[in-house]
Design a protein around this ligand. Structure first.
Ligand code: SF4
Ligand code: SF4
Length: 203
């Protein structure tokens, strides 16, 4: 798996869930399909009157979730910004060309109410639940930053083997200390809660 394949899968799924936070701190999720993909960025269309647009203009934070029929989850976390004024029409026309239904939703000049946002930097998480052991990996778009999650085993490990025996994905290897194979870890926390000497910590 790699970043380009993740973006291609997102494009094939088509309709993605975009999460923002509103002015009251409440989560808001919308399905968006007016999206154009480039190798180095993602562009999407919305209308300036929508709360979605206002929330994006307020702090730019967005999380996009994609789920394939093969049980693959792709989650992209980013800060968005409106595309440059001189590029707005170019990206809008590209999106309308790729998504013909938009001409029905915004006929004629009404599409002028649209605004194009772009994502150039993002942390992309790929999580495949359809294989055993499960597989996860992170990729960076532009200057995105990967945020470590899950657990790791410290030198406090007394090598008792309890975590390895009970891990649902069998993704802990023996050693001094034992080691979690991160790309196969569910982040379920079972090992963390049951280590007899609290040798497992959050990353
Ligand atoms: S349960 Fe804790 S002490 Fe035992 S092997 Fe795992 S990390 Fe080490
Ligand atoms: S968090 Fe869950 S899947 Fe990951 S190593 Fe611990 S028990 Fe295994």
């Amino acid at each position: 798996m790699d970043l380009a394949t993740c973006l291609k899968k997102m494009q094939l799924v088509g309709v993605l869930a975009f999460a923002t936070v509103d002015e009251d701190g409440n989560p808001q999720v919308r399905n968006i399909s007016a999206i154009h993909y480039e190798e180095d960025g993602i562009y999407f269309f919305t209308a300036r009157g929508k709360n979605f647009c206002k929330e994006l203009l307020a702090n730019g934070k967005v999380q996009i979730l994609c789920y394939t029929r093969f049980k693959e989850m792709i989650r992209l976390s980013a800060t968005v910004k409106p595309s440059a004024d001189e590029e707005q029409i170019k990206w809008r026309e590209k999106i309308f060309e790729e998504q013909p239904y938009l001409a029905n939703v915004y006929p004629g000049n009404s599409k002028d109410i649209g605004i194009i946002f772009e994502i150039k930097d993002a942390d992309v998480e790929y999580f495949h639940l359809g294989v055993r052991p499960i597989f996860r990996e992170n990729y960076v778009l532009g200057k995105g930053r990967i945020k470590n999650k899950g657990f790791e085993i410290t030198d406090a490990c007394i090598t008792c083997g309890k975590c390895k025996k009970n891990c649902p994905q069998q993704c802990i290897e023996e050693g001094t200390p034992f080691v979690i194979i991160q790309e196969h870890c569910l982040h379920c926390g079972y090992c963390y809660e049951n280590c007899p000497v609290q040798a497992i910590v959050e990353r």
